[in-house]
Write a protein that binds this ligand. Structure first.
Ligand SMILES: Cc1cc2nc3c(=O)[nH]c(=O)nc-3n(C[C@H](O)[C@H](O)[C@H](O)COP(=O)(O)OP(=O)(O)OC[C@H]3O[C@@H](n4cnc5c(N)ncnc54)[C@H](O)[C@@H]3O)c2cc1C
Length: 514
């Protein structure tokens, strides 16, 4: 038997960062989960290097924030250099609407290790290495997954299967689902170095058509260089250390002789699976979408998939929501993942100018545009990044709620003097925030699906004290909206209270009394 004599509810194929994030989120929701991974151990390849604010919020929700932050450099921006090496634009966001800086440096293998270790908290979650998915059959009650392990064919029975098995997804192949989109001819050389001596933590992007280059510092002295290859470049030449160390020295001489961790050439894709669900099978992460790396969003999109799917699967397994909730997964996630792919392609066009003339034109246009404060702010604050906002999906549409969006996560104060991130007060399930405790209580009773409620929060205005705390508020917690962001959120929706989903998207608006 697979798990203490019982079948799992969910089988996840692939112990990459997306599969392990989903396993942690399902673990916190009490879902019996089995992860199967064909490799004998965790993947050591240092691929992704940028983690965004939404991902950190999800990892906070998985109870892994402190463990993850050990290996993260918070808040790194991007400086764009023109074809002559002069700075012409910058991204340096200062707003932290979801509780964290918008760009943070990390290393994928360290995150994957932390996610794996996080699973030790759950007796109901198991990971089997050396177990390869080969096929499945499904029926009205569940799914039988065929697995190859130690030279033997075995079968595991579950209710749902989530394919987090990467870009080549064998599960997707089994379903004959294709990835629509394009694969690009440009190739990049990646060089990972250690023991960085230059302390600058920001990314430097050299938009030089002769050799587009990116320099990305990381945690614990890590440093990555990425060089775009040109048509005539031969692999053996560009992989020669003398060659790329010369390119490095041209950018930052102090980096030239740093110890080499690895060198690799890769191409990139901009593709999305035509379907994200096949009955009891769902696709997440690279199995569902491949994002060009220029925006550092591929894995972040995968973590958003996991956050979207975890609570829906848990609610369905608990019988609190009908199976149709799973249809909202693709409905919500596909347009957003696609928009991020388009953003990565646009950034790529600026980063990979084809000629000096093209570079000079684009870069001059951007430099001039940045003279306008609104334009500079748009780029500097990363406002061009698609908002986590869905026009269709799992929410209760109303005149005040035509599209759902991710609620902000400001710091709030709890009496007498504790500062907390909002989600710490909201808990793991649905939650309600509003001004009046009675309205909050009533909204929780009326709008939160059966068995899924936790947090009930009544807000105290930023300028007020806790004087009005009644002796018995029942389950309602009072916190002060220290920054005024929650007041602004409620006002924007014309809401007396908002019902939030477990992934912190707005589920329903309780309108202000007329
Ligand atoms: C050079 C580079 C730089 C990048 N930079 C960034 C960045 O800065 N930010 C960002 O967000 N993203 C970035 N990405 C993208 C990011 O690395 C991927 O999106 C991420 O690894 C996807 O995670 P995943 O868990 O979906 O898939 P994977 O990491 O591919 O994991 C899939 C897992 O499934 C397993 N598997 C496959 N087949 C089977 C089977 N039959 N049975 C069992 N297990 C199986 C595999 O062994 C693997 O462990 C970058 C990618 C590259 C290549």
């Amino acid at each position: 038997m697979w798990m203490d004599g019982k079948d799992p509810d969910v089988v996840i194929v692939g112990a990459g960062p997306v599969g392990l994030t989903l396993a942690n989120l399902l673990g916190t929701q009490g879902v019996r989960t089995l992860v199967i991974e064909r490799n004998a151990a965790l993947e050591p390849e240092p691929r992704a290097v940028t983690l965004d604010d939404e991902s950190l919020r999800t990892l906070q929700g998985a109870g892994l924030l402190d463990a993850v932050l050990k290996d993260v450099v918070l808040g790194y921006g991007v400086q764009y250099h023109d074809w002559r090496g002069r700075p012409f634009a910058a991204i340096q966001p200062t707003r932290q609407e979801y509780g964290y800086p918008k760009r943070n440096a990390f290393r994928q293998p360290l995150l994957v290790r932390t996610l794996f270790e996080g699973l030790a908290r759950f007796e109901h979650v198991a990971v089997k290495f050396g177990h390869s998915f080969t096929a499945f059959e499904q029926d009205a009650e569940g799914i039988t997954v065929q697995v190859q392990a130690e030279g033997e064919a075995r079968a595991v029975r579950a209710r749902w299967l989530v394919a987090c098995d990467g870009g080549r997804s064998p599960v997707r192949e089994c379903c004959k689902i294709v990835l629509e989109g394009e694969t690009y001819a440009e190739r990049w050389l990646i060089v990972d170095l250690a023991e960085r001596t230059v302390p600058l933590r920001h990314t430097s992007t050299y938009c030089d058509p002769r050799r587009p280059t990116i320099r990305l510092p990381g945690p614990r002295g890590a440093l990555r260089y990425e060089f775009m290859l040109r048509e005539g470049d031969r692999d053996e030449d560009v992989l020669d250390e003398r060659q790329f160390r010369e390119w490095i020295a041209r950018r930052v001489p102090a980096d030239r002789d740093l110890p080499l961790v690895r060198k690799v050439i890769y191409g990139f894709h901009a593709r999305v699976a035509t379907r994200w669900r096949e009955g009891r099978v769902l696709f997440a992460g690279d199995a569902a979408h491949l994002t060009p790396p220029f925006a550092g969003q591929g894995l972040n999109s995968g973590i958003r998939d996991a956050a979207n799917l975890a609570w829906k699967l848990a609610a369905l397994l608990r019988g609190s929501l009908p199976e149709s909730v799973l249809d909202s997964y693709e409905q919500e996630r596909r347009p957003h993942a696609t928009a991020l792919i388009q953003m990565a392609l646009r950034i790529g066009r600026v980063m990979q100018p084809k000629s000096v003339l093209g570079a000079a034109l684009t870069q001059t246009a951007l430099r001039v545009a940045c003279l306008l404060p609104a334009c500079r702010d748009y780029i500097l604050q990363l406002k061009f990044k698609p908002k986590p906002r869905f026009a269709q999906g799992c929410f209760l549409p109303s005149p005040n709620l035509s599209a759902t969006e991710l609620a902000p996560q400001p710091w709030v104060h709890q009496a007498p003097a504790t500062a907390l991130r909002l989600d710490e007060v909201l808990g793991a399930g649905f939650s309600v925030i509003g001004w009046d405790a009675a309205v909050v209580r009533e909204a929780a009773r009326q709008w939160v699906p059966q068995g899924l409620g936790t947090g009930q929060v009544a807000l105290v205005r930023s300028e007020d004290d806790f004087l009005d705390t009644p002796a018995d508020d029942g389950a309602v917690v009072r916190v002060r909206d220290a920054s005024g962001e929650l007041a602004a959120l409620l006002a924007r929706f014309g809401a007396a209270a908002l019902v939030l989903r477990p992934d912190r998207y707005v589920y329903a608006v309780v309108p202000q009394a007329a």
